[in-house]
Design a protein around this ligand. Structure first.
Ligand code: ADP
Ligand code: GLC
Length: 456
């Protein structure tokens, strides 16, 4: 089975969010299952390539495109596509965090190049991810079984209808309320559409979190499914994690406190018998950062201390900093994207917050569990498929789930988590239980492989 796998992000090469982790984790797992996967990414960095470039016969408006191999440490060989507009310091935004005004042209150009690469390679299946690659199906000149995975339907890449005339295949499929929409076009033209958890698939179909896509997805019938993401357990494993000064596994509870003490060194905090709460996130409305900031203002009532690491929306970040300045004894905010610090926060945290308003899958609740931090989450999307409330089935839970998406019920779930954590015996049992869950990609990669085989 030969699969051409196109994505705008890939860990550890280029990562903005979970798309990078999911693409890389799935591609690695498929490769281990014997699938011949060619991963294709935009060359954002004018990265050094190996061997000869393949010149791709893209339309003139792209300004030329080449494909060449790069070797990514801790991943393997990747095909990087260069066009004149792709190479920039950040995949999507300028240094003020504003989306580049030509992102439509950049990713339509990337997609046109992917379509030409498909002609050169002639794989058995084309697997594309999110809106950035969605228009490749409209640039194909041959028929090929195609899988489209929706990681985040909040981003659709909707733009001017003028782009419709650039498509060689069924341009009307991309027409969306007078605009051009690479996401809805890919839904229409692919043979199978997946999203990244079964619960989120249901929420999209029942209109709860559909972002206008309920109709097109219903039209796919049983060719639309939810397959839960995994995490890359070669990267997310506290027993071998090089970001930690101490390694531990499910048998040792003491290491977490030592790592926590190191992490809060210099803050003047004495954790005593209080839990340390962590959160690592993109700062956007999606992630419920406002709910987390409500928590941050009520820490003395839990009682607990909290570390938030995040980057993104400037006004929410300023609010987080303001609250941190007023509560230096209990709350610290790191306004950054920092991979190493993220790993240390997961390891140091006793309780981990995921107050998302919607969540196609969510990876951090699984990363938290792998590091023995108890997740407290809202009941949405993939969080419902991974966080099972301890009070609903005592002794079997994997965390605590709020009743709904509101600060009050989230605080209630957090209070329940903190109460349980105060029992040394119960917290030890839960820590062991959640650390021993298999969150690897293996089962879900098999589901994708079944899908590829069905299509071929
Ligand atoms: P999303 O893709 O919606 O941002 P996910 O939970 O699927 O959410 O994935 C987010 C990924 O990015 C996780 O691997 C998480 O650990 C990482 N991450 C998020 N914010 C930061 C940050 N500020 N610093 C380092 N890593 C981060
Ligand atoms: C998106 C979603 C997130 C998911 C990730 C990887 O960014 O917001 O829920 O885990 O993609 O699929």
């Amino acid at each position: 089975m030969r699969v051409l796998f196109a994505t705008a992000e890939l860990s550890p090469l280029v990562k903005v969010g979970g798309l990078a982790d999911a693409a890389s984790g799935l591609a690695k797992a498929l490769t281990s299952s014997g699938v011949d996967v060619e991963v294709v990414v935009p060359n954002y960095g004018n990265w050094a390539t190996q061997g000869d470039d393949d010149r791709l016969d893209v339309p003139d408006w792209v300004g030329g495109a080449t494909a060449a191999q790069i070797e990514v440490a801790d991943f393997g060989p990747v095909t990087a596509i260069s066009t004149p507009s792709l190479g920039r310091p950040h995949p999507y935004t300028d240094d003020r965090g504003q989306g580049f005004p030509d992102n439509d042209a950049r990713f339509f150009g990337f997609s046109a190049a992917v379509a030409r690469l498909v002609e050169l390679r002639n794989p058995d299946v084309l697997h594309i991810h999110d809106w950035h690659t969605g228009s490749s199906l409209g640039y194909l000149r041959q028929s090929i079984p195609a899988v489209f995975t929706i990681h985040n339907p909040a981003y659709q890449g909707t733009t001017s209808s003028q782009w419709l005339q650039t498509f060689s295949y069924r341009p009307n499929a991309y027409e969306w309320f007078g605009n051009s929409n690479p996401l809805t076009g890919a839904i229409a033209l692919s043979d199978a559409v997946t999203t990244v958890s079964p619960s989120f698939a249901r929420e999209m179909l029942d209109g709860q979190h559909d972002f206008g896509l309920e109709g097109p997805l219903k039209a796919k019938g049983d060719r639309f499914t939810g397959i839960i993401n995994g995490i890359d357990t070669s990267v997310w494993d506290p027993a071998v994690d090089e970001h930690l000064s101490l390694r531990y596994d499910s048998s040792g509870g003491g290491a977490k406190r030592k790592i926590a003490r190191e992490l809060i060194d210099g803050l003047g905090w004495n954790l005593g018998t209080e839990p340390l709460i962590g959160m690592v996130t993109r700062i956007t409305d999606q992630k419920g950062v406002d709910i987390a900031l409500e928590v941050a203002q009520r820490l003395e009532h839990i009682p607990a201390r909290m570390i938030l690491l995040g980057s993104g929306d400037a006004s929410l970040a300023a609010r987080a900093q303001h609250i941190a300045d007023r509560n230096p004894d209990r709350f610290v905010f790191h306004d950054a994207y920092d991979e190493g610090l993220a790993h240390r926060i997961f390891a140091a945290s006793d309780i981990y917050l995921v107050p998302s308003r919607f969540e196609p899958c969510g990876l951090t609740q699984m990363q938290a569990m792998a590091y023995g931090a108890i997740p407290v989450a809202t009941p949405v999307g993939g969080l419902c498929d991974t966080v099972f409330d301890e009070d609903a089935s005592p002794g079997e839970g994997t965390g605590f789930l709020a009743e709904d998406v509101s600060a009050d019920s989230f605080l209630d779930a957090l209070q329940r988590a903190a109460r349980m954590w105060r029992s040394t015996k119960k917290r030890g049992q839960m820590r062991r239980r959640i650390m021993e869950i298999d969150w690897s990609w293996s089962a879900s990669a098999e589901r994708y492989l079944d899908l590829y085989e069905d299509l071929t």
